[in-house]
Design a protein around this ligand. Structure first.
Ligand code: ADP
Ligand code: ZN
Ligand code: ZN
Length: 742
């Protein structure tokens, strides 16, 4: 046996695993993750490294392989644990050990990253203007320039501003000494000027909340670390529950990680945690550079932080005494990585929890089928919050059948009922949100007169219109020519569904010329903080109508919104994806939850061509369990996750015919290797976007009842790909239980 060892895991050049032999006195003592001492380089310098795996055969000349010298004495246990987690991720999700290690361990940058600093005005407007007058009077132009800019915008990026205004360090120092400005590093969570920090009101937990915490705490105190799902509608007080759980874990000397989807990682949310835990809290976000992340992790190792909040990647925070991992909005698709290894944070958190003795608490109003199924099978304990914490009524939901609107001669994007309610809200000076569902939109073909959608006869997912005039199934490759008349009712109004936020905005402006409308989509949020700014404008009631994509569904609370219009609810329903129904239900439920967060009673209008679809019906009735039953029936019938397991093999290459051949070979190999015929192997098909920047793509799907069989198949394919030259020019990735079809 040989040990694969990686030297200096935090180094940027983390790109090679070295083989060492295992001397007899260490036999059986090394595990994946063990920190060892090995002779390295020409001088055989004693160097530390981590065991990342084992192999039976020597990769090169046996005579040149050196033996492991010993196990490191003062090893950093947390890194061993993360290396072991990486090894599990490599096995469970595919890819190389190096890719897995780079995912879990922050890499040090060789070049020094410059610290980004912010400059902040310490005076209020009045005092600031006085000081400005003084500078102008004394003809201190540079000081005046700086102060005027800060009066415009009290907090700005230091380097940028001083360069822009041509201000020297000395000028800044003078203002610092006068206590007019202060510099602070980006890491400090910022913006105390623009937002008022609300004092934390002590809440009296409801019986339901106390019960949920009690169940968790009884287990925890007895040393039982389990997985839980806090299942409760928006506003039921889940966040309060997490915070209480964390508080108790911290008091026992443990640490906690809180995963929140980036889009919901708003100032409001973060301040709630700050309010309770003060500066023991730290935050990660995707805008941080590698250096900044590395520094954060160093702070964690130094014991300065006990609670880390962040998106998916915060899961790998190196807490030595991790007691709890919370995953809020666990159903969010962003918890699945799009890079190799394509891990899911939910499963990986459960694995880390198991390895390190930490509990995992998932939370959602609309749990993923995976989590709910986990509860039904006893893998996850359900903690239910049935009521809203603050006795607010749920909104009234109406479903508008757009086929009827069409028959009645209304071809507009807005139904008559929605227009009517909008007018009424504008009169009452209440706010409106219009949500255009464009998630997962992939060019399905539907009839506006009867709602018919063209589907694959084999897979029961919708066909996608391609530019070549064909409609194609992205699972199995089935195709047929595009239709001009509806096969169901003969109407010519059949085609792709096209409407963008911009068109909606134009229409709204024409319909309601005196209303102030804001649009939030990819275009209007490109600028830094663009997203926050729009939400803030709307929160300050400087606009009446907010039009947007799924971005507007999360995060901020808008107490004055009493009407939510969901345009084109169908758009996500017929994406060519087995998760379409689930995604639609979640989006509609969340969007509906936006109405009536304040004192006013909310109303929600769902516009659809498929009012009979269970995702829409159950969302309108706010009936998760009803939805769950229907959706599980469908998954079971079709053999989709979570009932069965699915492995997508994505293949990319520059030469299409070679790619096609390779894909067929790989399929054949997978079929032959599956001796007991336990797997169903589908494809190769052309993905949604068959060609991206001159590279063609193909995808194979493997389906089976047992995840382990798929892992074995993946391992065999990885070996086959490695030894066959024909695959060398292709890029091949594995994706287990993918979030979308490719
Ligand atoms: P969720 O995370 O389930 O959406 P939150 O924890 O954000 O719910 O709670 C929603 C609102 O209700 C928040 O403003 C919160 O401060 C408040 N809240 C939660 N629990 C209580 C309670 N026990 N008493 C009073 N207010 C509460
Ligand atoms: Zn029709
Ligand atoms: Zn098909």
């Amino acid at each position: 046996m040989y040990a694969d060892i990686i030297i200096d895991i935090t180094h940027e050049k983390l790109d090679k695993v070295f083989q060492y032999s295992i001397p007899s006195h260490l036999e059986g003592m090394l595990k994946v993750g063990t920190e060892v001492v090995v002779p390295f380089g020409r001088g055989n310098k004693e160097t530390k490294g981590y065991v990342t795996g084992f192999s039976r055969e020597a990769g090169y000349d046996v005579a040149k392989i050196k033996p492991v010298a010993g196990i490191a004495k003062d090893s950093v246990a947390i890194e061993s644990k993360l290396v072991a987690l990486a090894a599990w991720m490599k096995e469970y999700y595919g890819g190389t050990m190096i890719q897995a290690l780079k995912t879990v361990i922050p890499i040090k940058r060789t070049e020094r990253v410059k610290e980004k600093r912010r400059i902040r005005l310490l005076l209020d407007e009045e005092a600031g203007k006085k000081a400005l007058d003084v500078y102008l009077h004394k003809n201190q132009k540079a000081r005046a320039r700086l102060l005027a800019a800060l009066l415009d915008e009290p907090e700005q990026e230091y380097e940028l501003l001083t360069r822009k205004l041509n201000i020297t360090r000395a000028v800044v120092r003078a203002l610092e000494e006068q206590k007019i400005v202060a510099l602070q590093s980006e890491q400090v969570f910022r913006n105390p000027v623009k937002h008022k920090v609300r004092e934390r009101e002590e809440v009296r937990l409801t019986d339901e909340q106390r019960h949920a915490i009690g169940v968790f705490w009884d287990d925890y105190r007895q040393g039982k670390r389990e997985n839980y799902l806090v299942y409760g509608v928006t506003g039921s007080g889940k966040t309060e529950v997490y915070m209480e759980m964390i508080d108790r874990v911290l008091k026992e000397g443990g640490q906690a990680i809180v995963l929140i989807p980036e889009i919901a990682l708003t100032y409001q949310t973060v301040m709630r945690f700050y309010g309770k835990f003060g500066d023991r809290v730290s935050i990660l976000n995707s805008r941080m550079s590698q250096g900044e992340r590395f520094d954060q992790m160093e702070r964690v190792k130094a014991g300065e932080v006990d609670v880390m909040i962040g998106p998916r990647s915060a899961l790998f925070t190196p807490f030595p005494n991790l007691g709890l991992i919370v995953i809020d909005e666990e159903h969010e698709t962003t918890y699945k990585s799009e890079q190799v290894p394509r891990y899911h944070a939910r499963e990986t958190a459960m694995m880390r929890g198991k390895m390190e003795g930490a509990s995992v608490v998932l939370g959602s109003a609309t749990p993923s089928l995976e989590a709910f199924y986990g509860c039904k099978r006893g893998r996850i304990k359900m903690l239910e919050l049935k009521n809203r914490a603050t006795l607010r009524e749920l909104p009234a939901v109406y479903v508008e059948d757009m086929r009827k609107e069409m028959k009645a001669g209304n071809r507009s994007i807005l139904s008559d009922h929605l227009k009517e309610l909008m007018e009424e809200r504008l009169k009452k000076k209440e706010q409106i949100m219009l949500f255009l569902n464009r998630r997962g939109y992939a060019g399905f073909v539907s009839c506006r007169a009867c709602g018919y959608v063209v589907k694959c006869p084999h897979c029961d997912v919708s066909l996608s219109a391609h530019k070549n005039g064909k409609m194609v199934c992205h699972y199995c490759g089935y195709e047929e020519p595009q239709v001009n008349l509806c096969p169901s009712c003969g109407s010519p109004y059949i085609g792709g569904f096209k409407a963008g936020t911009q068109q909606v905005e134009e229409l709204v402006k024409r319909q309601f010329p005196s209303a102030r409308a804001l649009r939030m989509d990819m275009d209007t949020t490109k600028a830094k903080d663009g997203h926050e700014k729009i939400l803030e404008t709307f929160a300050n009631e400087e606009a009446d109508i907010l039009i947007g994509t799924q971005m507007i569904v999360k995060g901020h609370d808008f107490p004055n919104v009493t009407l939510v219009g969901i345009l084109a609810a169908d758009m996500s329903l017929y994406s060519n994806d087995y998760r379409a129904g689930e995604r639609t239900f979640q989006l509609l439920t969340q969007a509906a939850g936006r109405a009536g967060r304040g004192s006013g009673k909310g109303e929600v209008i769902i516009q659809t061509y498929s009012p009979q679809h269970y995702s829409i019906q159950m969302a309108a009735a706010q009936d998760y369990e009803g939805f769950y039953k229907e959706e599980m029936d469908y998954r079971e019938l079709m053999g989709y996750p979570p009932v069965e397991q699915l492995l997508a093999v994505l293949m990319t290459g520059a030469d299409e015919s070679m790619l096609e051949t390779a894909a067929r070979y790989l399929k054949e190999f997978a079929q032959l290797a599956d001796k007991d015929k336990e797997l169903q192997i589908i494809g190769p098909a052309s993905p949604n976007v068959a060609k991206v920047s001159d590279a063609y793509r193909r995808v194979l799907y493997l389906k089976g009842g047992d995840y382990k069989r798929l892992v074995e198949a993946k391992n065999r394919m990885e070996q086959y790909i490695e030894i066959n030259k024909g695959f060398q020019s292709l890029r091949i990735q594995f994706d287990f239980n993918p979030m979308n079809v490719f």
